[in-house]
Design a protein around this ligand. Structure first.
Ligand SMILES: Cc1cc2nc3c(=O)[nH]c(=O)nc-3n(C[C@H](O)[C@H](O)[C@H](O)COP(=O)(O)OP(=O)(O)OC[C@H]3O[C@@H](n4cnc5c(N)ncnc54)[C@H](O)[C@@H]3O)c2cc1C
Length: 507
């Protein structure tokens, strides 16, 4: 019997596999496709997920050391001037999804995870003790048993369907978008900004979502070659046998959206080059993230518009939230109800992503009433408080899990502390162990009973806390600002240790 089987080796399944392995459980990953896909979806990571990768030492592998947060971003095709925000945590990492997947696949292999490619989950039944899976592989069908199954098998998740978990929401079928790698003549580019000079529109900044009355246009000059995207509204039915998309389709769509011709040329350099036509948009949220011994992560649990790129910020943090909790449950050391906090913590976060992607979709829709709404929203986005609110919403910095105390850091993502000896918190969290950072030098004894489960870090760091208990997923489970924590705070610390890491054992 396997401890955990993960259906799907997309980014979220692979991240979960790494987290489980770090916590001592080697999952088996089953992936339907025989080889990693060349298809690219995400062009980058947006928000707290960038810091999360840093805290696992994975940012280094993609793009060297983490840099500062972005000076600007976009919300509903309106510019978000992040220099107005007091605290900016909106980090961007412009790497294609297939590179993220390749990196996570390598990391999972280093951690000893078996990934069976070409093996598709086709059936499941569960009882109180186990999940029995039907799997179809290159040699035929076979059966596997596992204590837990995690569906990381994308928006059309068979795991979700077989577990009988509903996926309510809306399908909006009026959008039609074309995206392709292409070249643009030099006279259309603006060397100063890196954007595009478009007759009638001035300079369209790079990576900006440019909305017109008929659609949305994006010019993304990636180092590997420019990517152009045009989205419009259509009442046309999808033809029964639509021919594959060509660059001419993108040219025609740009003409409709921008009202002028952009003389696009064939892409240069090594491929694979993207030519993608997408119809419609789904916004759906699983009505449960868990049914017995079956859990869902990533797109299997939620799908929404890709506007603002929130998908992997949400999904990879689902995986990291679930990993340590599931490992503790499998290892028999989880406190009562720990696994249920996966859904109680992550579903509300998914609901907010659904909310803001739908709000952004409304802001880019056609119509003069939307244009008026945009004008008003644009005025609001010149107010620092509004920019802060939207930036925190998009990065995930506004997430606060149910705190155990009223300390402002309790329940929040741990700040990027740097110890007096120069060690960054991110260097201490690569192993995904729970940490008690004790800058008071007095709390070590409180860990008696959790020895081997929670690591003590002594030292000193500037900041609003003198001690913090940090969960493996990077969230603060307890904090104090006292130089000498009193009995009440010590008791709260022990309560937090018990709440997240189980009863004391050797006290
Ligand atoms: C056009 C587009 C652009 C996007 N841009 C961004 C962006 O810029 N930033 C961002 O963060 N997000 C973006 N996203 C969202 C992001 O791509 C998804 O959130 C992400 O792929 C979800 O990962 P996942 O691992 O949950 O699912 P998937 O990536 O869908 O992976 C699921 C895996 O499960 C496998 N599988 C399916 N069924 C089975 C089965 N029965 N048995 C075994 N294996 C199975 C599949 O083959 C697949 O490998 C974009 C999405 C789209 C469509």
């Amino acid at each position: 019997m396997e401890d955990v089987i993960i259906a799907g080796a997309g980014p979220n399944g692979l991240m979960l596999a790494c987290e489980l392995a770090l916590a001592g459980v080697r999952p088996l990953v089953l992936e339907r496709l025989p080889a990693p896909t060349a298809e690219n979806r995400a062009n980058g990571l947006v928000g707290q997920v960038v810091r999360l990768l840093d805290r696992r030492g994975l940012h280094e592998r993609l793009d060297g050391p983490i840099g500062p947060a972005a000076p600007a971003f976009v919300f509903g095709a309106l510019r978000l001037d992040l220099t107005l925000a007091e605290r900016n945590s909106l980090h961007l990492l412009g790497v294609p999804q297939r590179r993220v997947e390749a990196m996570l696949g390598e990391r999972a292999a280093e951690l000893g995870v078996e990934i069976r490619r070409g093996h598709e989950v086709t059936g499941l039944v569960q009882d109180a003790d186990a999940v029995a899976l039907d799997v179809t592989g290159p040699e035929g069908s076979y059966r596997l048993d596992a204590r837990y199954l995690v569906g990381a098998d994308g928006g059309r998740s068979i795991t979700r369907k077989l577990a009988g978990i509903g996926f309510p929401g809306v399908t909006e079928d009026r959008t039609l978008s074309y995206t392709a790698n292409a070249t643009v003549p030099a006279e259309f580019t603006d060397p100063g900004s890196g954007g595009l000079r478009v007759p009638g529109h001035g300079v369209i900044p790079p990576f900006f979502h440019h909305r017109t009355e008929t659609g949305l246009f994006v010019y993304a000059p990636f180092p590997a070659g420019p990517l152009l995207s045009s989205m419009e509204w259509t009442d046309d039915e999808e033809p029964a046998d639509e021919p594959p998309m060509t660059l001419d389709d993108l040219r025609a769509s740009i003409r409709r959206v921008l009202g002028c011709d952009l003389p696009l040329g064939a892409p240069e350099g090594d491929g694979p080059h993207l030519l993608r036509r997408l119809r419609g948009r789904n916004t759906r949220l699983a009505d449960r993230f868990r049914d017995g011994r079956v859990l869902l992560v990533g797109d299997a649990a939620h799908v929404h518009s890709a506007l603002g790129g929130p998908g992997l910020n949400l999904g990879l943090q689902d995986a990291v939230n679930l990993g340590w909790k599931l490992a503790a449950t499998v290892g028999g050391r989880a406190p009562e109800g720990l696994l249920d906090t996966y859904e109680s913590e992550r579903r509300p976060v998914a609901q907010r992503v659904v909310m803001h992607t739908q709000a952004q979709s409304a802001l880019i829709s056609p119509g003069s009433n939307v244009t008026a709404l945009r004008e008003l929203f644009g005025e609001l986005l010149r107010l620092p408080g509004t920019v802060q609110h939207i930036a925190d919403l998009m990065s995930g910095a506004d997430v606060r899990y149910a705190p155990g105390t009223d300390h402002p850091l309790d329940g929040r993502w741990a700040p990027d502390l740097v110890l007096a000896d120069g060690t960054r918190l991110a260097e201490l969290t690569t192993t995904a162990r729970p940490l008690l950072l004790d800058f008071t030098g007095s709390l070590g004894d409180e860990l008696r009973g959790w020895t081997g489960r929670v690591d003590l870090v002594a030292g000193h760091a500037e900041g609003e806390a003198t001690a913090l208990l940090v969960r493996p997923d990077g969230y603060v489970a307890w904090a104090t600002s006292a130089a000498e924590p009193d009995d009440v705070e010590r008791k709260a610390l022990r309560a937090a240790l018990e709440r997240w890491f189980g009863h004391p054992l050797d006290a």
